[in-house]
Structures are given as C-alpha cells and as structure tokens.
Design a protein around this ligand. Structure first.
Ligand SMILES: Cc1ncc(COP(=O)(O)O)c(C=O)c1O
Length: 390
C-alpha cells in the first residue's frame, strides 16, 4: 500500500449511500439461506415493461450500439415533447429536452450548470442524499433545511426566506420526495418559483417520482409554472428502467448550449440501446403495464401505512407518491442504524436508517420501501413484529 498519498479533501464530506451497503449485506444473508424481506430497495420490483424489452432486442439487432448525440436521439426527445403535451397539456420545445444517464446524470448536469464552488442550493433534510453529494462533488453545498411533518416535509416560501444565505443560488425541490413520499402543493411550488426568480436564483425540480402519484387528479409539472425552471426526470421509477440508466431534463432556452457542452464533456452521450428501447415506453401497451403497476403501488402504500401505524410507527402524513414510507421508530427502541442492523441480522427484514437522508432527527426515523408484492410485504411486517418484541 502506498502511504501518504492524498485524495481529494471533498471526499471526506461525501457519505456513503448506506442503503447500498445494507442491500449488499441483505443479499449476502440471503445467499446464506436467510429469507430476507427487502424493504430497503429504491427500485420497483416489477420487470421493465415488455414493450421496452422488445425495443431493446430490436435495437441490438439493428446495431444501435454507437455513440448518439450528447443531447440524446431526436426520436426520444420528440416522444418526451409529446408526453408533456398529452400528459400535462404543455408545449415543451424538443430543443429544451436533454436525455441523460438516469436522473442522476441530470442532477449532475444541473449542479454543474448552476453552481460555483462555495455556493449552494436549499434542499430539505430529510432528502435524497445523493443530491447534496452531487453538489459536494463540484465544491458546492446543500444548504439543508430541516423539515418536519408540520411542513409537509417540503420547503415553503417562508422556509426559503428564512434559510436563504448570501451564498445560496437557488433551491432543489423533489416532489414526490424520497424518503417521505411527500408531495408539494402546486400553489406552494408556484410561490417558491416566483420568490426564487425574484432573487434571481435557480429552481431545480426533481420530478422523478411524478408518475408514481396516488391521488386521483394529475400533478402539474413545474414546467407549467415557469419556463425558467430546470426539471429533472427519469425512466428509472415509473417506467421501471432502473438498471438501464436513462433519464431526462428540461432546461431554460438560454441554458441549452451550456448543457450541451457539459453533457458532451461529462458523458459523451446516454446509453444508445437504452434510448432506442425507451422509444417503446410511450406505447399504449407499455403505458397500460405501468399504470397497472402504479395501481398496485397504491394498494401496497395503503396496506403498509395501516400496518406500520398499528405497530406504533409514527407516520403523521399520508405519503402521496413514490414508494416509500418515512416513519418514526416506536418509543423504547434503539436509534435507527442499530435498529436496522438488528432487524436485518436477527429478524430477516431490511429497511433503511433515517441517517441516510440527512441529520434532522435522522436517528429517530427509518424508511420503508414498498416495492415488493403484498405477500412479501406481509411477511416483512411479521418479521418486523418479531423485531419489536424484545
Ligand atoms: C429523489 C431521487 N432523485 C434521483 C434519483 C436517481 O435515480 P436514477 O439516477 O436512477 O434516475 C433517485 C433514486 O432513487 C431519487 O430517489
């Protein structure tokens, strides 16, 4: 081993994504024969819709394995423009749509686009941890705003005013959010956008769970409120394409050439086969499959919510989207990391400690993912029950 070689200082401020480690341990235990119930994973259990799989087979047969334009193939950008038209009634010019390497690629591009080193974006704590770590990778900071059930686990214009610092350059919102499943009221979203635009700041809205919203009405995209927002989305969750690494972002007109040169340099292009496969994601057949999955997620949410509340977990607001429930651990039990470790090692159930999502009362919370079928979820609840009786 070479001693004394220094790696970048910024890495000391980037924490590991604990859930990945937890998942690896859960898989290890499973390989040893333990019937572990996975409630930690942030990915749908459903397979990628068959029309998309078929699209990939055709793409391979046609040899679609070369670099594509950095902004993605025209056909897919056009499909997305049509999607905004049919789904949201919005005219989004194709030129503003960039195909990216997952929502993660889009978040990296948005970070590189908006922030200088030493600057930051307001974001919720708890929140998706990688977002603040993307900022750290560019020498910027997540300006964390502690939010609770009383705030609906989302920012508000008041919180934006209160936490805005001299070095704050905007806000990064996610609705529905990870880990809380919380959805921002569209009126609040519009007010925040207006407020931040007055401050000449950036508004980045992570809409990657938009397709997994369980109320009956449609959730408006932030794009309907301003053409200056940056919207991030993904084929991972609603479209069931986590491992394909495909997402997209919509940027303001005056950022197109900047994002283009960033995308060229950082990624060259998103996966070619994945892009051609995703052309079929908008077919009637695929949409029916995805809508069926959404319906099932809603049933699972209702089941899990009832069970967890009965077991004494604190879930003060109904999570309206995504596939997570963020819950306060019942009184008298360990802090979240110890609690999760014990549940995994001794009770065959994997859940994620709150400490993965920030610092705000993180020790008191855990995240349940309900991306498993009802039968698996009920056996997970049985395992959990045994873990609560110490
Ligand atoms: C809120 C949020 N944003 C972005 C991502 C990144 O997802 P992907 O890169 O698979 O699109 C995730 C993944 O879990 C997430 O929860």
């Amino acid at each position: 081993m070479i001693v004394g070689r220094q790696y970048a200082r910024r890495l000391s401020e980037i924490q590991p994504f604990r859930v990945m480690k937890l998942m690896a341990r859960a898989n290890e235990l499973q390989a040893l024969g333990h019937p572990v119930v996975h409630m930690e994973v942030g990915e749908p259990d459903f397979p990628t819709p068959s029309a998309i799989m078929e699209g990939a087979r055709v793409a391979l047969d046609e040899g679609r394995t070369k670099y594509t334009p950095a902004e993605g193939i025209g056909q897919l950008r056009e499909k997305l423009a049509t999607y905004y038209q049919t789904q949201y009634g919005l005219d989004v010019p194709t030129s503003r749509i960039f195909i990216t390497s997952g929502g993660s690629g889009a978040l990296l591009l948005a970070t590189a686009l908006t922030l200088n080193a030493g600057e930051g974006l307001l974001m919720t704590d708890p929140g998706y941890p990688c977002s603040r770590h993307f900022l750290k990778s560019f020498g910027a900071d997540g300006h964390l705003v502690p939010v609770s059930a009383g705030d609906g686990y989302q920012l508000s214009p008041e919180l934006v005013e209160r936490y805005w610092q001299e070095t704050t350059r905007g806000v990064l919102l996610a609705s529905p959010a990870n880990p809380t499943g919380a959805v921002m009221n569209p009126l609040t979203l519009a007010q925040i956008i207006e407020l931040v635009e007055v401050k000449k700041g950036h508004v980045i809205v992570d809409e990657i769970y938009h397709g997994l919203y369980y109320a009956d009405q449609r959730l408006p995209s932030a794009l309907s409120m301003s053409d200056q927002v940056i919207v991030v989305n993904s084929f991972s969750k609603y479209f069931g394409m986590t491992g394909w690494r495909l997402g997209w972002m919509v940027v303001p007109e005056n950022a197109i050439s900047l994002v283009e040169k960033l995308a060229q340099n950082l990624f060259i292009c998103p996966s070619s086969v994945a892009q051609y496969a995703a052309l079929n994601a908008f077919s009637v057949e695929a949409r029916m499959e995805m809508e069926g999955n959404r319906e099932e997620f809603r049933e699972r949410r209702d089941f899990m919510l009832g069970e967890l509340r009965e077991l004494g977990f604190g879930v003060p607001i109904v999570p309206e989207g995504a596939f997570y429930i963020y819950a306060k651990i019942p009184p008298g039990l360990e802090e979240s990391e110890k609690f999760c470790a014990r549940l995994l090692e001794h009770h065959n159930v994997a859940i994620t400690p709150g400490t993965d999502f920030g610092f705000n009362k993180a020790d008191e919370h855990v995240r349940f993912s309900y991306a498993q079928n009802l039968q698996v979820l009920s056996s997970g609840i049985e395992n959990l029950k045994s873990g609560l009786m110490r």
